[in-house]
Write a protein that binds this ligand. Sequence first.
Ligand code: SF4
Length: 139
Amino acid sequence: MVKQRVALRGHHLICLNFYQGEGYSSAFIKNLNRILKKLKKAEGLVIEGPDEVCSSCPHLKEAECCFQPNSNEVIEYLDKLALRLLNLKAGDAFIFKKIKSQLPRLIEEWERKACLDCNWRYVCLPLIGQLKKVKEVKS
Ligand code: SF4
């Protein structure tokens, strides 16, 4: 039987690395846990637009992110930024472990351009700080 690939949009390839069990609803959190479990065993597929994470999100309305008035534009910008930093495009396969290994290389630009206005930054910034320290020690 062919394993079904996890379909993710650009920014989720980076943001899921900082997931700490929080989310918009219990259904959303349950889905995130399922996705992350699946990503340990199966390869993923990069897609454009709403993905398997968005599918259980209460802010997805008519295939658009409606978290805030301009969210869809912001999310599309973040998707493009993430794919550029990861050198991936829609239709590419990915291994989540390999994405994780690229974070030290790209995290400073990602933090500067993506994290500072994000509502979830209180979850991620301490972890990003740790990642940057590891990078400093290695270099
Ligand atoms: S907030 Fe927007 S981008 Fe994030 S999961 Fe929900 S619909 Fe998708």
